[in-house]
Design a protein around this ligand. Structure first.
Ligand code: GTP
Ligand code: MG
Ligand code: ZN
Length: 340
């Protein structure tokens, strides 16, 4: 295994997972408009990514370990994507019923928010479920601590975050950067997700130590364009690991995340063990322990509403998935498509 790939997190297991030993092993460090940058043992190369999403094909995403073959006429192409250890994904914002993988093989997902702005708890909960569902660890990062802010915001965020650690940062005075580094480390990846303008790329630059990525105020044109347009994996100096920057996300549709939802709402899940009916919907059933909690003032009724709404959203989505699977079985799988 090449030394060049070790800081990118290469481990011996990958050699066993490979299909074509003749191909070169590499890690996707950037994806934009059908082309990927891949780091291999011989350096960084640009490869054609066939993201036509033909049946059974997995489109590479930033963070993937891939096999690359060099073809004289076409250039370098990705011939296979190794199994993903973790993946950050959401429901595709354009097509309702498919999964969109934002990044893969990350070790920590950082849910980023600017402390100078209020944060609807429902949005934070969605991001926490998305982070948790990836299979990686999760943390919340509250940026811009140097700007004027309401001190209560951190307390509100901590109460919604539950067991998820909350770190406060500032690129102006360096607050929290060492704490962030302590979550990363050699060969590990911290992926940053959150709305546009919260300071994700600025954090990457602060950790790297120079202005590597473009940052700035969200452009005020009609499209409200994001500053960052590609998902990019950046190697930190001094063997400190990697950071994966993503463009700001607006829509956070959840994808098959029931277990993560239960974890993020672990407090309510625990309480519901005391409901009289095993399938209690916590709406109007008698003997509902969650309702009892609301009545006694121990449970926030709005949090219960959000939990019920998100559970409903995931149940509806699963139902549609199952219908589609049944249809596919009927017509012999002709219509089945997979997209990752
Ligand atoms: N005062 C202060 N400003 C910050 C801090 N971090 C980021 N900013 C500013 O916030 C603005 C947006 O920062 P970016 O890093 O570009 O935000 P982003 O999350 O990468 O945005 P997108 O790429 O559009 O998703 C820039 O003007 C930064 O200078 C901070 O800690 N303190
Ligand atoms: Mg950015
Ligand atoms: Zn109940």
């Amino acid at each position: 295994m090449s030394n060049l790939l070790l800081p990118y997190g290469a481990v011996p297991r990958m050699e066993r997972e490979r299909n074509e030993t003749a191909a070169e092993l590499g890690r996707v460090v950037r994806v934009d408009r059908g082309e990927c940058d891949v780091v291999t043992a011989t350096g960084r190369i640009r490869v054609v990514s066939d993201s036509t999403r033909a049946q059974g094909e997995v489109a590479p995403v930033t963070g993937d370990w891939v096999e690359v073959e060099h073809d004289g006429s076409v250039g370098s192409v990705i011939t296979s994507v190794l199994p993903r250890r973790t993946k950050v994904s959401r429901r595709d914002p354009a097509e309702r019923d498919i999964e969109q993988v934002l990044a893969s093989n990350v070790d920590v997902v950082g849910v980023v928010h600017g402390i100078d702005r209020s944060l609807p708890p429902g949005r934070l909960e969605r991001l926490l479920v998305l982070a948790r569902d990836s299979g990686a660890e999760s943390i919340v990062i509250l940026t811009k601590n140097d700007l004027p802010h309401r001190a209560e915001l951190r307390a509100v965020v901590e109460s919604v975050a539950g067991a998820t650690p909350v770190t406060t940062t500032s690129i102006t005075d360096g607050t929290g950067l060492d704490e962030l580094r302590s979550h990363i480390g050699f060969g590990r990846v911290l992926a940053l997700v959150g709305a546009s303008g919260v300071g994700k790329s600025s954090l990457v630059n602060a950790l790297v130590g120079h202005e590597l990525l473009e940052t700035g105020e969200v452009r005020g044109d009609a499209k409200g364009r994001h500053v960052t347009t590609a998902r990019e994996l950046v190697l930190l100096p001094d063997d400190e690991g990697m950071v994966l920057d993503t463009p700001g996300i607006r829509s956070i549709g959840l994808w098959e995340a029931e277990r993560a939802l239960d974890e993020v709402f672990g407090d309510l899940r625990e309480l519901s063990a005391g409901c009289r009916f095993g399938d209690c919907s916590h709406r109007s059933e008698p003997g509902c322990a969650i309702h009892a909690g609301v009545d006694s003032g121990d449970v926030d009724p709005l949090r219960v509403e959000r939990f019920i709404a998100l559970s409903g959203e995931l149940a509806t989505q699963r139902e549609r998935e199952e219908q589609r699977a049944r249809r596919n079985r009927k017509d012999g799988g002709r219509r089945s498509r997979s997209r990752h």
